[in-house]
Design a protein around this ligand. Structure first.
Ligand SMILES: N[C@@H](CCC(=O)N[C@@H](CS)C(=O)NCC(=O)O)C(=O)O
Length: 205
């Protein structure tokens, strides 16, 4: 994908490899063809709560990027920054209605997706204190809706991919790790495949 500008040096991405939110940032950097330096933050060892990391993000969460003088946290906020700075406009539409549509899907990524399928994966991976049946149930309710949306259009906000798709891709792809099958959702599976076919796509390690 073409870019309007190039960073003077590789963008630093502080990340923990199993984190879906870190992957979505890494994915978007790759789709934009931007150089990246990956910096490992070990969430199990507690690196994210050390004073030097808290200077980068007071919340003590990954992902964080550093692009020259700019330090930014929050996966969806980072997508907005990267699209605004390095893309020609397609990934983050300026039209008010389309921009609002993208924002709506950021809310899904930070809400319904995080507290449904992503929470189920956390239970399975790290015994997180959620009720597995409850969060799996939320995941299926969300995916039933997403499947209908994706039956009508190839991407979440219409005919072309936007940061809304990148924001929601990884947690959706990983849903089976939380015991949430994607088999009942053919339109979601086709959407995942469309994203995986984009030039520059990188899978999670
Ligand atoms: N809204 C933030 C949430 C960031 C977040 O919760 N990151 C998790 C990893 S996916 C984290 O760093 N957890 C470490 C902890 O809670 O100590 C985003 O989208 O980046």
């Amino acid at each position: 994908m073409s870019t309007t500008a190039r960073p003077a040096s590789p963008i630093k991405l502080y990340r923990y490899p199993p984190s879906a939110r870190c992957h979505k940032v890494q994915l978007f950097l790759s789709l934009l063809g931007l150089p990246v330096e990956l910096i490992h933050i070990d969430l199990v060892a507690g690196d994210q709560k050390k004073p030097e990391f808290l200077q980068l993000n007071v919340f003590g969460h990954v992902p964080v990027i550093q692009d020259g003088d700019v330090t930014l946290a929050d996966s969806d906020a980072i997508l907005v920054y990267l699209a605004g700075k390095y893309d020609t406009g397609a990934w983050l539409p300026k039209d008010p209605v389309q921009a609002a549509e993208v924002q709506r899907w950021f809310s899904v990524s930070a809400g319904l997706l995080a507290f449904g399928p992503a929470a189920a994966r956390q239970v399975k991976r790290s015994n997180a204190p959620f009720n597995l049946e409850e969060v799996q149930g939320r995941a299926h309710k969300l995916f039933a809706v997403m499947d209908q949306v994706l039956q009508k259009s190839p991407y979440l906000t219409g005919a072309h991919p936007t940061v809304a798709d990148i924001a929601n891709y990884t947690m959706t792809f990983l849903a089976p790790e939380g015991g949430v099958s994607l088999q009942p959702y053919p339109h979601i599976r086709a959407w995942l495949s469309r994203i995986e076919a984009l030039p520059g796509f990188v899978p999670m390690q």
